[in-house]
Unconditional design. Sequence first.
Length: 360
Amino acid sequence: MQRRTFLKSAGAGLGVTAAALAPKAFADGPVIKWHLASSFPKSLDTIFGASDLLADRLNKITGGKFQLRVHAGGELVPGLQVLDAVQNGTVECGHSASYYYVGKNMALAFDCALPFGLTARQQNAWMYFGGGIKLMRELFKQYNIIQFPGGNTGVQMGGWFRKEIKSLADLKGLKMRIPGIGGQIMAKLGAVPQTLAGGDIYPSLERGAIDAAEWVGPYDDEKLGFHKIAKNYYYPGWWEGGPQLSFFVNLKKWNELPPAYQAAFETACVEANVNMLAEYDFKNPQAMMRLIKQGAKLRAFPKDIMEAAKKAAFAMYEEEAKKNPTFANIYKEWKSFRDMENQWFKVAEASYANFLYYSK
Ligand code: CA
């Protein structure tokens, strides 16, 4: 009882009381005030929320000694320039998706997602235990950055199509909003990929400038309203089987942090990483049911499309490996890790899931 009263009063005046309660390392430590530039708009609340969670946890763990001010995409720097801003010290840290920067080096995609790559669980296994973090940090060092896994959406959806896609032939000439490596593979299959920002997708789809568009999954897609104009909702988003978001920290700023502050940051990143996937797994099924009620038709990509896309993807990786030694080095490790993981996941996980989802 006494303890409960104590905790309650500690929570009530968090600013002062929590500082007094903070471990000595923080109580005697400096006040650190950093800015975080997110690549994402506040409307993508689950992804954007990871930065708020990080800021909140750091504040609480350190008793207010480590303060992060979070800025949405475009507020301090354009959403797609977060890596550059952290690299040159415009901001101390950022939250982004590493595959936005494949123009610098395609190997950065391993820090996020490659088509037919790792699932969210496999990505975590690779990062935390399979040597992924170490390999990726060697690459990020070139950009004066240390990075931390910072959330995952899980398998995304394949997007909204005005017309039903019955076979590979139906992709010919199809104009689809799909950026990045997924778009490059769609182009190899005959489609015409387009890169459009979130806010431009709905009007383009509505006036018929594009025939299809992918975004994230039911929860985020519902808010943009694609189901009102393109009813065919395809799965899976094979180009994003477990895309990981990342927190970037300027390496010089990181090295200046006292060890306890570094530990607090790293711990809060792990929480944000786990939290995002759980939040999506909570929100997506409910959104999917609402979308179906409003007329969305769930459809699986035809097998010939999946097979052709996978073949094109791995041909692209082999090609890239020939001309990019960094990519080749990480790809070799990543691919053997992926092949091993899939051998395991198809045994207990896949059979359990298949029975569970489809048995009466
Ligand atoms: Ca997507």
